[in-house]
Design a protein around this ligand. Structure first.
Ligand code: ADP
Ligand code: MG
Length: 243
């Protein structure tokens, strides 16, 4: 199988706080991997290390066969292959929806404005936000903002989509519309790495679930293996608390 990202022996500390300890896992092309675990277990840090918003202290991040930590000069190029969706949307509030979705395409991918608009329009349709091209983020609901953020990430045609708790900042009634879009992306074969607390969603969309606790991967496997028949005590305790 085609491995897109292969993480080996990854470690990360903030001062004396060892947040990631010898983390090993991979994401294959077309695979949907959900990362679960208690608050503070290191999930966001792991995602931020994967896209190098944080610099790991050790280990390897193999992307298409190359350790990108050994090729730091290519970070910008590497990052363009990853689509990131944050809890807090991170849209540009001074730009409208369409402008948000074309900026990176023009600046980073050097696409023509015409091509960028075409691509953005396609993905705004995917997330059901094509009627809002002229709206500013502050005119949108949280669910709508997050769908635009997803369209913006998709517009860069990334190899992997990374999601860090994309529904955690939403009012409960808006969670469904965002999960629906993500489910559709999963069904379409997109490669996705998702940090989430939505266990039912994780069970339904994941090819693999990775459970993290205190900076280590405790276990990983199919939703059935991890959620229904967990092998480790720490996983069982976590699942009892969340379900
Ligand atoms: P999770 O996403 O699983 O809730 P995080 O990766 O956000 O966990 O945090 C894991 C640990 O790393 C926490 O103890 C947190 O305080 C610490 N941490 C995260 N980011 C930073 C940072 N920029 N500086 C210092 N400590 C950090
Ligand atoms: Mg987090």
């Amino acid at each position: 199988m085609d491995t897109v990202i292969d993480i080996k022996h990854l470690s990360k500390s903030f001062g004396n706080n060892e947040v990631l300890k010898d983390v090993n896992f991979h994401v294959n092309k077309g695979e949907v991997v959900c990362l679960i675990g208690s608050s503070g277990s290191g999930k966001s840090t792991l995602l931020r290390c994967v896209n190098l918003l944080e610099t790991p202290n050790g280990g390897e991040i193999i992307y298409k066969g190359k350790d990108i930590l050994q090729e730091m000069k290519n970070i910008e190029a590497y990052r363009t292959h990853l689509g990131m969706v944050f809890q807090q949307f991170n849209l540009f509030n001074n730009l409208n929806v369409l402008e948000n979705c074309i900026l990176g395409q023009i600046k980073v991918l050097k696409r023509s404005k015409e091509e960028a608009i075409k691509t953005a329009t396609t993905y705004l349709q995917t997330v059901g936000m094509e009627a809002y091209v002229n709206a500013r983020p502050n005119q949108l609901s949280g669910g709508q903002k997050q769908r635009v953020a997803i369209a913006r990430a998709l517009s860069m045609n990334p190899d992997v989509m990374l999601f860090d708790e994309p529904t955690s900042a939403l009012d409960p009634e808006m969670v469904g519309e965002v999960l629906k879009v993500m489910r559709q992306l999963a069904d379409e074969g997109n490669t996705m790495l998702i940090v989430t607390h939505e266990m039912q969603f994780a069970r339904e969309v994941s090819d693999r679930i990775v459970f993290m606790d205190k900076g280590v991967i405790v276990e990983q496997g199919t939703p059935e293996q991890v959620l229904t028949a967990p092998q480790h005590e720490r996983t069982k305790v976590f699942l009892q608390r969340t379900t």
